[in-house]
Structures are given as structure tokens and as C-alpha cells.
Write a protein that binds this ligand. Sequence first.
Ligand SMILES: NC(=O)c1ccc[n+]([C@@H]2O[C@H](COP(=O)([O-])OP(=O)(O)OC[C@H]3O[C@@H](n4cnc5c(N)ncnc54)[C@H](O)[C@@H]3O)[C@@H](O)[C@H]2O)c1
Length: 257
Amino acid sequence: MDNSWIKAKVAIVTGGASGIGQAIAMEAARMGAISVIADIDEEKGLQTAASIKEDGGKAHYIRTDVTSTESALTLRAKAKELGPIQFLANSAGLQTYGTVDSTSEESWNKTLDVNLKSMFLVSKQILPEIRSNGGGGIVHISSIQGMRCQKNVLAYATAKGAVIAMTRSMGLDHAAEGIFVNCICPGSIDTPLLRYGAGQHGPVEEVLKEWGNHHPIGRIGTATEIAKTTLFLWSPNSNFIVGQSIVADGGLGSIIL
Ligand SMILES: NC(=O)c1ccc[n+]([C@@H]2O[C@H](COP(=O)([O-])OP(=O)(O)OC[C@H]3O[C@@H](n4cnc5c(N)ncnc54)[C@H](O)[C@@H]3O)[C@@H](O)[C@H]2O)c1
């Protein structure tokens, strides 16, 4: 694909220090973007930026707590100095477990703050920059668990379902401005977050293999696969897709048994 639409544009990726966000930051830089890794994990954020630069790409780490307006303001101010901001991927997230009985109010608040409110706070700062630069794309990373879910994930599934509704709303509000907002609902993707979850159920490699077998495709997904879907949704090739939730789950969400 021609890369003139993204070359030398700033692409901000929250959660860009690990997993899906890291893969998006790498793929964006490979396409010629200036990738901004907005993550709370400074060590991994700096490492990711360094590794992108070693591969010949452009990348900067900006320490960001996506649950804080002050931090989102700093992200905006620092990122706009790097070039025209036109792309945003909201990938920062965390997995929590619990039912209505076992989820504490503190865990509920944290899960919704990091997985949902963060996308509002960061979009609130970054969308006006995208608008003033003539438009672009925003991709939120939801989850197949926003549509169907396993047991014991009350707060996480609630947040991910709300991201789908938020995406629809933002998509409608900003399409005419040339700002295309969509979300991706991944199935199981091999990242540190998934490995943490697998570890709760048994030996990690065995659990990942078993989960892979639950996906009709016969395996779990890779972060690069979600990154490539993100780049497609940012690109002009998808400009008639507005406010949608793209399921990238190897068929997991479509089976009955
Ligand atoms: N891995 C999967 O199977 C899977 C499936 C569906 C959806 N998702 C979603 O994809 C997104 C990325 O998940 P992942 O698997 O890459 O996880 P990950 O744990 O590998 O990466 C998440 C990143 O978010 C960052 N982060 C957490 N809290 C933050 C905060 N307050 N401020 C800034 N950064 C913060 C972490 O430091 C980390 O770098 C999440 O929203 C997750 O819910 C993942």
C-alpha cells in the first residue's frame, strides 16, 4: 500500500510499550509514521522506541497515565511538537476477573478507568489535534468479550462493551470531519496480558494451546495481526467504515459450541 497518507504523520499508541499496542507502534513506524508510545511503563516504552529506531523507524516514548487528564494534556503538548498528529490507537488496558459478588468497588473503578474512561480522556485531547490537521483515524481496542464473554469477567466485559457503544457514537459525530473512528474486537492474542490470564488457569503454554483450539482457525492470534487491522482502519482504504466494531477473533465469537 502507498504510504503517503501516514508518512511523517504522528501516530499515538496508548499501551504502546507492550503486546497489541507495541505491535501497532512498530507497524505504524514501518509504514513511515512517527510513532508515539504513550504508556505508563517507562522501561518497556523506552525499549520499544529504541527497537523501532534500530530498525530505521521513527519513535518517541512519552510517559502517560491514560487515566489522568493532566497526563493526556502533557501527551498532547509533547506529541504535537513532533509533527502533525493524525492517528490514534487506544490500546492501553488491563484484565481483571470477578463476578458481581467478588468484584470490589476499587477493582470495578480501576477496570473501567483504564479500559474505558482512558479512551475518552485521551480522545478528548487528541481528536482536536487530528481535526486541526485535516482528519485521520482513531481505533479503540475493545475485545470479543464486549460482545460475548466467559464467566467471571464482569468489569472487563462491561468496559469492553461500552467501548463498542462509544465507538459507534464517536464514529457518527466525527465522520463528516474526516475523522474515522472504529474499534477492533480481538479474540485471544498472544501478549503478556493474555499470558497473565492463561497463568490463572494452569501452565501457560498448555493453556494457550487449549485456547487456540477453541478458535475455529485452530490457534490464538498475533499482535501483528491486530496491528495490520488497525493500519487498515486508519488508512483511506477503509474510509466508508464508520463507528464499526471489527471482530478479529479467528472465528471464536461465531461458534455455538
Ligand atoms: N491479548 C488479548 O488476548 C486481548 C484480547 C482482546 C482485547 N485485548 C485488549 O487489547 C489491549 C492491549 O492488550 P495487550 O494484550 O496488548 O496487553 P499488554 O498487557 O501486553 O499491554 C497493555 C499495555 O497497557 C499499558 N497500560 C496499562 N495501564 C496503563 C495506564 N494507566 N496508562 C498507560 N498505559 C497503561 C501497560 O503498561 C501495557 O504496556 C487491551 O485493551 C486489552 O483489553 C487483548
